[in-house]
Design a protein around this ligand. Structure first.
Ligand code: FAD
Ligand code: DLZ
Ligand code: SF4
Length: 535
């Protein structure tokens, strides 16, 4: 008799070519998919994120059934739902008595801990497979990182290009004659700049059910459901990718860092939710971009910029996460302790740049990279907001947020909380950067040219406050240390006034009152006990 196999497929593993499904005999396999309370609430995710994941899971289950798989799907409001992955796998083991459980490694450390315990818990052999949807395996990353003091993304990226041949010519040289076109990719927004809109996918009956469920069960979570238009199937994700390649890739590079009030997407791909769910694969997107360069339909700076984000940054942060966990989650090299300000939830601040980025975050569960990095992240860095609160905020608010990708970006990239393993210097900038790269400042209540006093752009005095309070650490940094000569050239009165302006601003901030941050582990149990479905 052939062995019976149970294949749990998690909500961000929605790939038909998943390692646990590939080549498997469908007649003796049960695919298990689980909507569980714990995943939906370990932080109070944005409403669109939960609706997106549940809808994509339900569509994927339908596709698997149509392809001949036996799928056991537990919906969130199933009265017997145990509320956790482990509880649901336990119930499935009782139902199906499998000889073996085969699962792909999860994206998050927290879930890996739970999965590792399955082997001793169930009367079935447990096999945890590497997630080969990524171009770089965790073992390959470890091999690259071991023994290096700084884990510089650029060097990692070049090795990935060489190993995979992506965007390499026949002679083994980078296509376009260089590894990096960043200098061509920092164009400020031109007057009247606009980009073709991304396709929005109107909710079908399945998505409408998920939206209703989220409104009923997660009504107190952050964010709006009104503008929901994310791709929820591979077919839709491919349509979104088609539109990006046809209409926006060519200008992706030059305007990668530009920000325009009210225009969140610009020339960005808006494909991160689909990539992270598994609806699209990184290799196929890179090959497509490369083909456009080969055919002469997209310039090298845009194609290379896009490929760099995917097989560079995306793969790098995943490797970095697993390499640095669990310490990364607790790291706080700059000893930052300020509570997250309330305006991160409400958007009610006179800083026009911050208000706009919180608006798009609330309405669309998305903000583009520079909004996340140089506006919201830069603010948290300069003000000294505690890493844990910042991590929780980013994990809650973005539809593409999973800890493996959110945590390195937040802890190491924006907050320098890892002490500089990822970034060689903190991404700290005054209002001048935002003014150059956006149209925010012209109509802001603050004056970006003023450095001190109540009308000064808060980023200006906060920048110097940050540099001054971390002088002992940063002065020795070759990439940023020279800035202290400018600080020292200012008169003592000017320096005092700058610090006083920053202090007065920091004192005026109202700490967030919401309970949307991650509870401590014991609170999980309390919440599970109070959830009517898991009682
Ligand atoms: P594009 O600009 O079109 O880029 C193409 C793709 O490259 C993205 O879809 C994404 O898959 C990848 N990519 C680009 N930059 C990064 C990066 N730094 N790290 C990982 N992948 C990258 N991305 C997430 O997917 N989930 C997150 O939770 C997340 N949190 C972030 C937090 C902070 C503080 C910062 C600075 C960045 C974060 N990013 C995150 C990276 C990036 O902002 C988003 O991937 C991007 O904005 C998604 O929009 P897009 O698909 O239009 O991206
Ligand atoms: C984020 C999320 C949410 C909100 N809900 C579910 C769920 O109910 N079931 C599920 O399988 N996955 C969900 N996810 C995604 C998981 O959190 C994700 O698979 C793990 O964190 C591993 O990356
Ligand atoms: Fe932001 Fe300062 Fe510009 Fe206002 S002036 S939009 S606060 S950078």
């Amino acid at each position: 008799m052939s062995e019976r196999v149970l294949v749990p497929v998690l909500g961000d593993q929605l790939s038909h070519e998943l390692a646990s499904l590939r080549g498997r005999d469908r007649s003796n396999t049960v695919v298990l998919m689980m909507e569980v309370w714990e995943e939906a609430t370990y932080v109070k995710h944005h409403k669109q994120k939960i609706a997106l994941i549940f809808s994509a899971m339900r569509h994927f289950a339908g596709e698997l059934r149509a392809a001949g798989w036996q799928v056991d799907y537990t919906a969130l409001d199933d009265p017997d739902n145990a509320g956790t992955f482990t509880g649901e796998v336990a119930r499935a083991v009782e139902r199906h008595a499998p000889d073996r459980i085969v699962v792909v490694e999860p994206g998050e450390w927290r879930v890996r801990g739970a999965m590792d315990a399955w082997a001793g818990m169930f009367p079935a052999e447990v096999t945890i497979l590497p997630d080969d949807r990524f171009v770089t395996s965790l073992a390959e990353f470890r091999e690259w990182a071991d023994g290096r003091e700084h884990l510089t993304m650029e060097f990692f990226y070049r090795e990935v290009r060489q190993r995979t041949g992506i965007l390499m010519d026949a002679a083994g040289k980078p296509k376009g004659g260089a590894w990096n076109f960043d200098k061509e990719n920092r164009r400020p927004p031109a007057r009247g700049l606009s980009a073709p809109p991304r396709p929005l996918f109107g909710p079908d009956a399945i998505t409408r059910d998920c939206i209703r469920l989220v409104e009923e069960r997660f009504g107190d979570h952050f964010g709006s459901l009104e503008s929901f238009g994310w791709p929820v199937t591979r077919a839709q994700a491919l349509e979104a990718a088609d539109a990006f390649f046809a209409e926006r890739l060519a200008l992706f590079g030059p305007y990668e860092d530009a920000m325009l009030h009210g225009a969140d997407q610009l020339f960005h791909s808006m494909l991160s939710t689909s990539l992270n769910l598994g609806l699209l694969e990184p290799r196929e997107l890179c090959r497509r971009a490369e083909r456009m360069f080969d055919e002469g339909t997209a310039p090298i700076n845009s194609v290379e910029g896009f490929v760099r984000q995917i097989i560079g940054w995306r793969e790098y942060v995943r490797g970095f996460y697993w390499y640095c966990m669990p310490q990364l989650a607790e790291a706080n090299a700059l000893d930052a302790r300020l509570p997250l300000p309330e305006f991160f939830w409400t958007g009610e601040t006179d800083m026009r740049c911050v208000a706009d980025c919180v608006r798009t975050t609330r309405d669309d569960a998305h903000a583009h990279h520079i909004q996340r990095l140089m506006v919201l992240g830069n603010f948290c860095l300069l003000a000294g907001v505690g890493p844990r609160e910042v991590q929780d905020w980013y994990l809650v608010v973005y539809a593409d947020a999973y800890e493996w990708v959110e945590l390195p970006n937040v802890s190491a990239m924006i907050l320098y909380a890892d002490g500089g393993r990822l970034a060689t210097k903190p991404y700290a900038a005054s209002g001048n950067y935002i003014n150059t790269m956006s149209d925010y400042c012209g109509r802001c209540r603050y004056d970006v040219r003023q450095k001190t006093g109540p009308d000064a752009c808060p980023f200006n005095p906060l920048y110097w406050h940050f540099m001054d309070r971390h002088r002992a650490r940063l002065e020795r940094n070759r990439r940023i240390g020279r800035i202290y000569a400018t600080w020292d050239r200012m008169s003592e009165d000017r320096r005092r006034e700058t610090i006083d302006t920053a202090d007065a601003f920091l004192k005026s901030l109202t700490p967030a009152q919401r309970g949307w941050s991650r509870p401590h582990p014991e609170a999980h149990e309390e919440r599970a006990a109070t959830d009517p479905q898991s009682a």
